[in-house]
Design a protein around this ligand. Structure first.
Ligand SMILES: [Cu+2]
Length: 324
């Protein structure tokens, strides 16, 4: 009798984990998105070559229990250049890159001057629902990563580089309606009241609002996209990326809400080892639909955080192909 033996396969290397936590942040009133307290803390990346995942949670100070995603504005791993390696936000508390792919953190840092090769973790809280509150929160991130020496006989991960596409609107206060031309009938808004003068942060009046913007020069080289996480504020219904050149919707995230409350529960992520191709010379479009079900203005943002893999697996560096 011949005993069947499993054929040895190259197992995926076992990742290491490291946690980093912000100092306590006091939540004692309503903080809309991007207006809450935030803290920055250094992340020791001296033993990190590849980041494969990051998970974030908002913790009550003195307890290990999660306060829930509703107090989470966003958190990010950022370089001294301002480039962000990862961004998590309400509804996308975890980024897990597809198996066999990773962010080449040591390679990216090697493109910076030696005294600038640091990574900081920023965490910001918010509070949309409770005017009377007195709580203290920390944001904790758990980073999963590999060292080159952990790879053994496995091939190195395929390089994934982060970039983002933000919806930008035009300032309504500066808008001059043309006098002689009839107004085209449009359901798409291009002029919005800005929050603090930022064209990536605007107000949505009660009711529906559709915004759309062309995007050129999406990627610096021919590439495939393998992970996308979307950021919208409460009342955002969907966000969509379209390849206009090919007339094809590439991805759409439909935001899931709590059953009894207008609070984002989850925003689906795109994650695929196969991915989809993107081209430097194609025209793309970002579109977001808000439906403000309240009777007052709400504020809005819409950002896609994407990871691309250069078709030829070439190494890119901050300021030279990726990031500022
Ligand atoms: Cu925001």
């Amino acid at each position: 009798m011949v005993e069947a033996r499993p054929v040895p396969t190259a197992a995926a290397p076992v990742t290491r984990t490291k946690t980093v936590e912000t100092a306590p942040m006091k939540i004692d009133r309503i903080y809309r998105s991007m207006t809450g307290p935030y803290e920055l803390v250094d992340l020791d990346t001296s033993d990190m070559d590849w980041i494969t995942a990051i998970r974030t949670e908002v913790l009550e100070v003195g307890q290990e229990s999660s306060m829930g995603g509703e107090f989470f504005c966003h958190s990010q791993l950022q370089l001294t250049t301002g480039m962000r390696l990862t961004v998590n936000a309400t509804g996308t508390e975890e980024i897990r890159l597809p198996e066999g792919f990773a962010v080449p953190v040591s390679q990216i840092l090697s493109g910076l001057p030696a005294d600038s090769r640091s990574v900081r973790f920023l965490g910001m809280v918010l509070n949309n629902h409770f005017p009377s509150i007195d709580r203290q929160a920390r944001i904790r991130a758990t980073v999963e990563y590999l060292r080159d020496e952990d790879l053994g006989s496995s091939p190195p991960p395929k390089r994934l580089y982060p970039f983002h596409v933000a919806m930008r609107v035009d300032d309504l206060a500066l808008y001059q309606p043309p006098e002689d031309e009839p107004q085209p009938h449009e359901d798409v808004t291009t002029h919005c009241a800005l929050v603090a003068g930022q064209e990536t942060h605007w107000y949505v009046s009660p009711g529906p609002q559709l915004t759309r913007r062309p995007v050129r020069g999406l990627v610096p080289v021919e590439a495939t996209i393998h992970h996308i996480a979307a950021h919208v504020h409460n009342h955002g219904e969907y966000i969509r990326l379209t390849d206009v050149t090919e007339g094809k919707v590439l991805w759409q995230a439909d935001v899931e809400y709590e059953k009894d409350r207008r609070q984002i529960l989850n925003i689906p992520v795109y994650s695929s080892a196969e991915g989809f191709p993107v081209y430097p010379d194609h025209e793309y479009e970002i579109e977001v639909f808000y439906n403000n079900t309240t009777d007052a203005d709400v504020d809005a943002m819409a950002i896609l955080y994407l990871y691309f893999h250069p078709k030829d697996d070439r190494a890119l560096f901050p300021g030279r192909g990726i990031g500022p």
